[in-house]
Design a binder for this molecule. Structure first.
Ligand SMILES: Cc1cn([C@H]2C[C@H](O)[C@@H](COP(=O)(O)OP(=O)(O)OP(=O)(O)O)O2)c(=O)[nH]c1=O
Length: 192
């Protein structure tokens, strides 16, 4: 197995990759996250690729052989994309819109295989999970937002934290919601 670099500042992604038994380094770079209107699946794959690409650019030395992994997660409610909230008000609005409904969580993954400083192979894919939330009261939303937990998360919630009490069901890969479809990644990497 070649050296793996996770191109992500997300602690959740770090934990999931470590949980799967991989050894890796973390490198974060500033990828441009502005995207033009695309389907959710195209959008997360494109953003994941940009994150991986930005890290690959740091590895232009001829001796670098590595696999760079980028990922991006968004929440989609009835066709509307919800990224990370910009502030507490935005988080409240997002949670009010998710309350009592089912939404989709998309995570895109990009695998960039770098040999002698150039990308020899690139692969992108995504996973989608349905998440259903119970109806939340205004007070519950306000209390949850005040906890600070939603602010660095797509859709303004983390299924793995205190928001667990608002989740009535999911269909698909739980870990995809947390930020990495780890089983899919594991099986792709097994064959390389
Ligand atoms: C829906 C949901 C999202 N999230 C998180 C996963 C991601 O970290 C974040 C989505 O933002 P991203 O922009 O995908 O990732 P990031 O900015 O945290 O990290 P990086 O770009 O460096 O890889 O939301 C949860 O932790 N739990 C959840 O239930």
């Amino acid at each position: 197995m070649m050296n793996i670099i996770l191109a992500s500042g997300s602690p959740r992604r770090r934990e999931l990759l470590a949980q799967a038994g991989f050894e890796f380094k973390v490198e974060v770079s500033n990828a441009d996250e502005n995207v033009i209107e695309e389907s959710p699946e195209q959008m997360v794959e494109e953003l994941a690729a940009r994150k991986a690409e930005a890290v690959v650019r740091l590895h232009n030395k001829a001796e670098d052989n590595c696999l760079v992994i980028g990922a991006d997660t968004i929440v989609v409610l009835e066709g509307k994309v919800l990224g990370k909230p910009v502030d507490e008000e935005d988080a409240k609005t997002m949670l009010a819109s998710l309350s009592g409904r089912t939404h989709q969580v998309y995570t895109g993954v990009a695998l960039f295989y770098v040999k002698k400083g150039t990308v020899e192979k690139r692969e992108t894919f995504h996973e989608c999970t349905d998440v259903t939330m119970v109806s939340m009261s205004e007070q519950e939303i306000a209390d949850y937002v005040a906890s600070g937990d939603p602010l660095d998360k797509a859709g303004a919630y983390g299924i793995q934290g205190p928001a667990a009490v608002f989740i009535s069901g999911i269909k698909g890969d739980y870990y995809n919601v947390v930020g990495l479809p780890i089983s899919k990644i594991y099986h792709k990497l097994l064959i390389c």
